[in-house]
Design a protein around this ligand. Structure first.
Ligand code: ADP
Ligand code: MG
Length: 761
């Protein structure tokens, strides 16, 4: 081909100098901006702004469209209004009864109003004459004039001097920054510095591959940063926000995907001796040659649900595969996660490895221990050292309450391989805990364990001394990575899961065992609701069924909680529940008495169990048909859903009574949601909405905080796109060498420890 056939090179781009990276912006101190001296820099520092990057990622929290701003003259008394006006006169004094009073006269060019502040003397200093500000409040009539009392205020221009500083007066859309009166900065000042920073920064490098940007219909980064700060119109804000929110989510997903790829890179997997096809094929319990997992499944009093089979098929395939498993098992309360976890642990045990199950609290660990021990009861594994060549599968419990001598024996058992499955709390992470060969770690996350704890438990595998397996169980040399299965106690929304557990594969139990009858949930505040609950408890007890009564959550230690439960037990047995056989269960009781009470309740020797939230998770008594939660407004949605999950575990109809009154709108919303649906995934969405994503995702990040614009609820589509891009750019390139600009940008947002791990050569 001749040169003439090649496409003509286009005109060179206008030369605005090399595009700047975000890292370069972090290297420019704000003091380099004009008119920004030491004093102002100190004030900015209190807002967490030290460099130009910080400044440009301090986004307006509000915009005012001047062309559509309601004129004060057009507003009527009684209106909720936003008024952009200038302070003409300010006066501070004390009322006759000694309260401080600040009175302003505010004009917006069409009319005037009075603004008064009670007990906020500093408003006099903040809102001096010439200050331009937004006032949010209700207009009332006061002595024939219009007035706002204690409005919400955003200072836009701090005074005549401030206002001269820039050409922003002509802006049609005025960005309002979260300026703090305490720091003595106005939105106007910040806007002025942002203008200058934007001008001097010039073009910003766009690390997002062009074809992805086009495919996703996203704005170029330079335009997005400009338009979020100085939108030419109100409509321009949307695309700008989308692009920048996408960048935040992409950085987040990239960090997660990179973590995963790094794990895969230097992984030494244990190839477990389990075959999904074989394990899930129907066999008789004692068919010759059947594996431990087969015998376990055949011995269950029920058939697995399709969802459980699907989950186990995925888990077994990965356990047998060449990469360590990192998987999240999600499922609604009662969907049967425990059976899946135990079958997976046994898949490790049957190859001569050990399993660990870690729970976030002692009570939970104890319950899991009882549950696992019950489920594996009667199962034996080969033991060449013993007569008959078999021994039972050994399950042990390790918490901080384990006594020193028990602990020493347990540590020895884990090292020798005499213990097959250990259930425990954080205590499992201590240095003394060494495994002969840890094959699978199951973490009952309850959203309380973080990435660090997962990693710590995985390290236990690397520190293993070697498998107890006979020679034919090949491969698992010391120092291999155990497989990891993380479970959530209650569902979390898919989007939140992508953020919290984005480095894990996910499998969902989206089906309940057959024959479950939905629990009828009754939320009726007041005495009537309570009377109905006790009537139901008595009726069901008379029919041979059982009931839980959960005591109100009280502030304070477990001890305080226990005392209050004991008192509630006394009160109930001497009044509304007199004549019934009523047991008491709380976290301060000795393990043996707890077990005994539970056994009595299970067998029917007790009709009612008055308990603290120790019954929240895991308790499984099919004949229990009534759950009464006292002061239900004090519990969160996830907890209530867990508690309700203690009943409705058979084909008997069940009831859940939520007692107490909802004092706050949030509490009301929670209880209404509970009464409205029994779908855990739906409740999880409501929960995310009520609590806000901050509380749920809050502790997630340790590096530079980076979810400023993105919302996992609102931007679910962006999150999915970000995930796709992250997977795409890292495919076959676990250190992002093919995308140096992206790699450089991610590193900026990681804490040093993680950066070293993800980008080590
Ligand atoms: P969760 O997912 O909340 O941890 P569990 O594992 O406690 O649920 O299981 C809830 C109840 O359902 C238990 O009583 C368990 O024995 C029972 N179960 C689990 N799987 C099945 C199934 N496939 N068929 C019938 N019952 C099942
Ligand atoms: Mg469970």
């Amino acid at each position: 081909m001749t040169a003439a056939a090649r496409p003509e090179p286009g005109p060179p781009p206008p030369d605005r100098g090399p595009a700047r990276t975000l890292r370069q912006l972090t290297e420019i101190e704000v003091t380099r901006l004009r008119g920004l001296g030491e004093r102002k820099a100190k004030a900015l520092a209190t807002m967490g702004i030290g460099n130009v990057f910080d400044l440009l990622t301090t986004y307006p929290h509000r915009y005012v469209d001047r062309s559509r701003q309601a004129d004060l003259a057009d507003l009527a008394v009684g209106d909720e209004a936003v008024v952009l006006g200038t302070v003409q006169r300010a006066r501070s004094r004390r009322t006759r009864n000694g309260r401080s009073l600040v009175e302003l006269e505010v004009h917006d060019g069409t009319a005037a109003m009075t603004v008064t502040f009670f007990n906020q003397p500093w408003r006099g200093r903040q809102l001096g004459e010439g200050t331009e500000a937004l006032f949010f409040g209700r207009l009332v009539d006061y002595r024939g004039g219009r007035q706002m009392t204690n409005p919400v205020v955003d200072v836009v221009v701090a005074g005549p001097e401030d206002g001269k500083a820039s050409a922003r007066r002509t802006l049609r859309v005025v960005p309002v920054y979260p300026a703090s009166a305490r720091a003595g900065l106005s939105s106007w000042e910040i806007g002025g510095w942002v203008d200058e920073a934007l001008r001097r920064a010039g073009d910003l490098e766009d690390p997002l591959p062009e074809h992805w940007r086009e495919r996703l219909g996203l704005l170029a980064r330079t335009d997005a940063v400009h338009d979020i700060h100085v939108p030419p119109s109100m409509e321009a804000r949307g695309p700008a926000r989308r692009r920048l929110a996408f960048d935040e989510l992409l950085r987040l997903q990239l960090a997660l995907v990179l973590r995963r790829r790094a794990l895969e890179q230097d992984a030494k997997a244990i190839r477990h001796h389990v075959s999904a096809r074989e394990a899930l094929a129907p066999t008789g319990e004692n068919a010759p040659g059947s594996t431990l997992v087969q015998r376990f499944l055949a011995g269950l009093p029920f058939a697995l649900t399709r969802a459980q089979r699907r989950a186990l098929a995925a888990i077994f395939a990965e356990m047998a595969g060449p990469l360590p498993m990192h998987r999240l098992l999600q499922g609604d309360v009662g969907s049967g996660k425990t059976v899946v976890a135990v079958a997976s642990l046994l898949a490790a045990v049957q190859g001569g490895h050990q399993g660990a199950l870690m729970a976030p609290t002692e009570v939970l660990a104890e319950q899991h221990f009882l549950g696992v021990r019950h489920l594996v009861g009667g199962l034996a594994i080969p033991d060449p050292c013993r007569l008959g060549g078999q021994r039972p599968v050994a399950v042990a419990l390790l918490t901080s309450r384990t006594t020193a001598s028990e602990r020493a024996a347990l540590h020895a058992g884990l090292r020798s391989g005499a213990v097959d499955i250990v259930v425990g709390t954080h205590a499992l992470l201590t240095d003394e805990v060494r495994f002969r060969s840890l094959g699978l770690a199951v973490i009952d996350e309850q959203q309380r364990f973080g990435v660090e704890q997962r990693a710590a438990l995985r390290e236990k595998g690397r520190a293993s001394s070697g498998p107890a397996a006979p020679a034919e169980a090949t491969g698992p040399e010391p120092g291999a990575d155990p497989d990891l299965l993380v479970m959530t106690a209650t569902p979390i929304p898919r989007t939140a899961a992508m953020v919290l557990f984005g480095d894990l594969d996910m499998v969902v139990l989206d089906e309940l065992p057959p024959g479950r009858v939905p629990v009828e949930t009754v939320w009726e505040p007041g005495d009537q609701g309570e009377a109905a609950a006790w009537t139901r408890v008595r009726a069901e007890a008379a029919a041979g069924r059982r009931a839980f009564v959960v005591c109100p959550l009280v502030e304070g230690s477990e001890r305080v909680q226990a005392r209050s439960a004991t008192e509630e037990h006394e009160r109930l047995t001497s009044s509304v529940l007199a004549g019934l056989r009523v047991g008491l269960l709380h976290g301060q009781m000795a393990a043996a008495s707890k077990e005994q009470v539970m056994a009595e309740f299970r067998s029917g020797a007790l009709d009612v169990l008055v308990a603290t939230t120790v019954v929240e998770v895991g308790v499984d008594v099919p004949e229990a048909t009534v759950m009464v939660v006292e002061s239900a407004e004090r519990f969160g949605i996830a907890q209530l859903h867990q508690l309700r999950g203690r009943v409705g575990r058979s084909d008997l109809p069940s009831w859940c009574y939520l007692l107490g009154s909802a004092e706050t709108p949030d509490a009301r919303a929670r209880l209404e949601a509970m009464a409205g649906t029994s779908d855990g995934f739906e409740l999880a969405e409501v929960d995310l909405e009520i609590r806000g994503e901050g509380t749920i995702l809050g502790a997630r990040q340790k590096g530079r905080s980076d979810l400023r614009l993105a919302s996992v609820r609102r931007d679910a589509d962006l999150l999915e796109s970000a995930r796709a891009v992250a997977e795409d750019v890292t495919a076959g390139d676990p250190r992002l060498s093919g995308h140096p600009a992206l790699a450089d940008e991610i590193r900026l947002f990681l804490d040093p420890h993680e950066e070293a791990y993800l980008f080590k050569s």
